[in-house]
Design a protein around this ligand. Structure first.
Ligand code: SIN
Ligand code: FE2
Length: 219
């Protein structure tokens, strides 16, 4: 029988930082309030795979000047507006800007906060985050709601992978030599009550990304 929860190995590869319960319960609640407000203005949408148009099982929205979207015709990309409402994405919550500044030391703010909602049964296949020009910037990911089995691979799709669980309040950073590692979510461990009723049962993951290269500093 598989154990319900799997701990991360004590030693993760260079460039992978896992900060267990970095957000305490009141910070998680504050962030979930922000997410509810974002979803009211920018409803969760179902992205579709490039070419095939197959729907993702994860539903998404974004905050910040740019948002990640995908559809059959245009593929993976960042857009300044919501694919269904045509409205600009809601502003990035200050809490997220502060977290980025505190943890990354990157000299420019994130431009996209991609909000992934996993209802029970949703998952995300192994992939690399490489739609950004600013690959020197980390990707910072926050887990809320119920736990999930995360899979971390190498720089090639066929490289060996390790799996461990992410729980509410955990922050995971992929940077430097691990910025382009394959990763995905095998499944979530559903449990009631972990997310506001307005969102539903499941898991929220927020990833903060810098998309464009910051302007070269004038001397
Ligand atoms: C992602 O890779 O965009 C999401 C990862 C996660 O849900 O933890
Ligand atoms: Fe990703």
């Amino acid at each position: 029988m598989e154990l319900p929860f799997a701990d991360a190995p004590l030693k993760l590869p260079e460039g992978v930082r896992l900060l267990r319960r970095h957000l305490d319960e009141s910070q998680q609640r504050a962030l979930l309030d922000d997410i509810v407000a974002i979803v009211r203005r920018a409803p969760l949408f179902t992205p579709r795979m490039p070419k095939t148009g197959r729907p993702f099982s994860v539903r998404m929205t974004n905050a910040g000047p740019l948002g990640w979207v995908s559809d059959r015709e245009g593929g993976y990309r960042y857009e300044p507006t919501h694919p269904e409402t045509g409205e600009p994405w809601p502003p990035m919550p200050p809490l997220l800007l502060d977290l980025w500044e505190e943890l990354t030391g990157y000299p420019a703010p994130p431009e996209a906060a991609l909000v992934n909602f996993y209802a029970p049964g949703a998952k995300m296949g192994l992939h690399v985050d490489n739609d950004e020009a600013a690959l020197a910037a980390p990707v910072l990911s926050i887990s809320l709601g119920c736990s999930a089995r995360f899979r971390l691979g190498g720089l090639q799709r066929r490289a060996p992978t390790i799996s461990f669980d992410l729980h509410a309040g955990d922050v995971l950073i992929l940077e430097g030599p691990s910025r382009l590692r394959y990763h995905g979510i095998d499944r979530i461990h559903p449990g009631p009550g972990a997310l506001p009723a307005e969102i539903g049962e499941g898991r929220i993951n927020i990833t903060l990304r810098r998309v464009t290269l910051p302007q070269a500093r004038r001397s």
